[in-house]
Design a protein around this ligand. Sequence first.
Ligand SMILES: Cc1ncc(COP(=O)(O)O)c(C=O)c1O
Length: 391
Amino acid sequence: MSTIFDLEQKYFLQTYKRLSIDVVKGEGCYLYDRGGIQYLDFFGGLAVNALGYGHAHIVEAIRQQTNQYIHLSNFFVQEPQIRLAELLINASGYHKLFLTNSGTEAVEGAIKLARKWGVKRQKKNLFGLSNSFHGRTMGALSLTERAKYREGYEPFLPNTGHIRFNDVSDLQSKVDDKTLGVVIEVIQGEGGVNVASREFCEELSSLQKKYGLLIIADEIQCGIGRTGTFFGFQHTGLRPDIVVVAKALGGGLPLGAVLATQEVSSAFTFGVHGTTFGGNPVACAAGTMVLQEVVEGGLMQRAGKIGDRLISAFRGLQKELTGAVTDVRGFGCMVGVQLSKDGQPVVDELQRRGILINCTNANVLRFLPPYIVSDEQCDRVIAELTSVLKP
Ligand SMILES: Cc1ncc(COP(=O)(O)O)c(C=O)c1O
């Protein structure tokens, strides 16, 4: 008899290297497979499941909204969208938003908003940063730098290019009065949990003032409270003109948003942009619960504390195992531990011990726990990692 793994290979375009776990249930911070094995998930649905699995408020919000209506179309003003928007605008301090289905669609929206804004100002050139990841659609891919995502998809959008991450002189040499904007993940996720330096952010802020260029923050992975502040860029002093969020926002349902300052928002007028499914009311009902828990329920502060605990333990490990652990980076529930060798065997061994994390950029162990993990669960992960890494 065929297993689900055989059937996946039979039916799907082979774009994903899937885990060999047949999940039947998620609860809190745990996943359970068909054989009843429990996994502590420190990967959290790739930064989506900030409130873990099966959070009672999210489940109830979805149930209630499903009973009212599942879809209306954006011809209608929809109360679940309004409730979400009010919380998101208040928490973010931005002026207006546009709701999307995914991260990459939010990036496309941001590119289009920036381009409209740039028309009257004769500004066209958009830059991404080295090691960045912004999504798989052609606009987002044009700003993404890593070759493994781009190869074979040329040609990319015209007037796009890349600046070396944290390289102030490269930034100064590429940006000028024709620059429309710079797209930045202040804490790069796929790129290896790399944090933008103070000098780089200061220079970017001063070029924003000098040339009137737009800073577009991709907060799809590091936003929505993950790093202990609502946005990752709040650790840096940057004041972006456009911000994109997704992942954690929808509580597991597809939801993203483009947020803009007052000045930039007016570049979008009736009919210039749209989406059929974006802002789905069930996703918005779930997202409203996420924002309530994260912002009003104190989970954002808790995410910061989780990071302090993990980072201080991992730094201790770095001291103890000089040579094996070469760096520890990040904030809150977004932490990277860089190894001197390939990280995948460590990820595999942790999986055998019932703990899920992933490895990015070959040698960076990435921890993206839900903001609801307990101190004991953190300590278990720290202890297991220590035992796996110790010679
Ligand atoms: C920083 C960042 N931007 C954009 C994306 C793309 O989001 P999505 O996969 O929802 O299109 C991701 C996804 O991993 C991401 O981490």
